[in-house]
Design a protein around this ligand. Structure first.
Ligand SMILES: [Zn+2]
Length: 471
């Protein structure tokens, strides 16, 4: 320390400043205690804006005002005037390609009578903030907004552009107003090397973060209908080609079908690391899954006891809807079932349908694919600067935690971004098992603890700083 002071005294001033800047990190230090009231204000304000389907522009107006006050220009893009998207960009020096930080503004519908609190009140009690969107996705929206504002205020020197996107229609987008509109019509505005958004999280156990999930890939919705045909007739006369009977048998077969298990880079690492933090019994099971010989007899155990993991290991087929018949005494000539099929990334879906046809083994049943809602995309890599940064920050902020790259069984707007070549990663705040199971996304009592909110904003800032701020 003393030595550096001497050096600073004998070199010319501009050189001294340059020296000090390289000696210290150029990442500005943030006083997080001081930031808390502002973070909480934005978060509560955003939760209080009711952005159920078709009302996203209200949130965009709020964000625009906030950015205007910071002197950050923003643009809005709206296919539907009530469902606008907002984009803002902080310029970097172009050393690296841009980073996209995004969150959706819309929330799923509420049944008010089921809520113990006002779903748009952002009420604070027991250390939590309660309301629709508190965990999906206004927490990410607040974290990205705060990070973006702080980059501007601190005057951080950026090696790459940082783009903030507040998008509409993530939860329901039948007309393509959100990510599809941005990707198809305004891709130049959001094109980036990396993206971070919802799709991950961390688990609190006894007040400490045990593991951090980073979303790196997701399954691909590839739904289909089973259509059964037979001869119509009077309900008093049984027929062997009864369409309802054939459909019932087919649904039973696909429902019980143990589809082949596949591992990819993400699920392999996931299982290895999960084993390292599990009880000996569970760990042995997770390790056995990495060995094809030993994995096979475990599948039915997983199907019954760990259905989420069972689904993560395969293309899944779940019958969800049935349609048949017009009257108790009428044999219908047609009956149909809807299958929610979630494919592993890389699955050859035509081959899969052909395999399913063999399992059904009934010429009376036709498999009719339903048009795909999301594109197929390869998993985001685990060897990128962004992924490494997320690991580094997780370990630094949550000492002793394990980072799990995760494949979601659901689908998100990262599918569209990954399909365009953007390496995209899902992050999220730390919650307890109770929070996740009872107060999670889309539940009637969404909530997030105030402490986790602040910590998550800090996490987002650190992750962005790590890859975007000049070192
Ligand atoms: Zn969401």
């Amino acid at each position: 320390m003393k030595k550096r002071v001497v050096v600073l005294l004998i070199v010319p001033l501009p050189l001294a400043i340059a020296f000090a800047l390289t000696a210290l990190s150029q990442t500005p230090a943030i006083d997080w205690e001081k930031e808390k009231p502002e973070i909480l204000k934005h978060y509560r304000d955003l939760v209080q804006i009711d952005t159920q389907y078709g009302n996203e522009t209200k949130a965009v107006e709020y964000l625009k005002k906030v950015l205007d006050a910071e002197g950050i220009p923003s643009k809005t893009f709206a296919l539907d005037p009530n469902r606008a998207n907002l984009v803002a960009r902080l310029k970097g020096n172009g050393t690296k390609r841009p980073l996209l930080i995004l969150a959706h503004t819309d929330v799923v519908a509420v049944q008010r009578e089921k809520w113990p609190v006002d779903p748009f009140g952002a009420e604070m009690k027991d250390g939590y903030i309660w309301g629709r969107g508190t965990i999906d996705d206004k927490d990410k929206l607040t974290a990205m907004l705060t990070t973006f504002i702080l980059l501007k205020r601190t005057g951080a020197v950026l090696d790459r552009d940082v783009i903030f996107l507040a998008e509409s229609g993530e939860e329901a987008d039948p007309t393509g107003v959100g990510i599809n509109f941005m990707v198809n019509q305004h891709f130049d505005e959001i094109n980036a090397e990396f993206a971070i958004t919802e799709g991950g999280g961390a688990r609190l156990e006894n007040g400490k973060v045990a593991f951090v999930n980073i979303g790196t890939t997701e399954k691909v919705p590839r739904r289909a209908r089973l259509v059964s045909t037979g001869t119509s007739g009077h309900g008093s006369v049984p027929r062997v080609d009864n369409a309802v009977v054939h459909l019932g048998t087919a649904v039973g077969k696909v429902g019980a079908w143990e589809t082949p298990m596949h591992l990819n880079e993400t699920t392999k690492v996931y299982l290895e690391r999960l084993a390292s933090i599990s009880t000996p019994e569970k760990a042995a099971r997770y390790r056995a899954l990495l060995d094809p010989q030993r994995a096979k007899p475990l599948q039915q155990y997983l199907a019954q006891n760990e259905p989420g993991l069972y689904s993560m290991l395969r293309t899944s087929v779940v019958p969800t809807m049935l349609k048949a018949g017009v009257g108790t005494n009428v044999i219908p000539s047609e009956a149909e079932a809807t299958l929610d099929i979630r494919a592993m990334p890389g699955e050859d879906i035509d081959e899969f349908y052909a395999e399913m046809k063999k399992v059904i083994n009934d010429p009376a049943i036709k498999i009719v694919p339903i048009a795909a809602t999301r594109p197929e995309a390869p998993p985001s890599r685990l060897d990128t600067e962004m992924y490494r940064a997320l690991e580094t920050v997780s370990k630094r902020m949550y000492p002793g935690s394990t980072v799990l790259p995760t494949m979601s069984t659901g689908a998100s707007d990262m599918a569209q971004l990954r399909a365009k070549g953007i390496q995209s990663y899902g992050i999220g705040p730390a919650v307890t098992e109770e929070d996740r199971a009872q107060y999670g996304s889309h539940s009637d009592v969404e909530r997030l603890s105030e402490a986790s909110l602040y910590k998550f904003v800090e996490f987002a800032w650190n992750a962005v700083a790590e890859v975007a701020i000049r070192k």
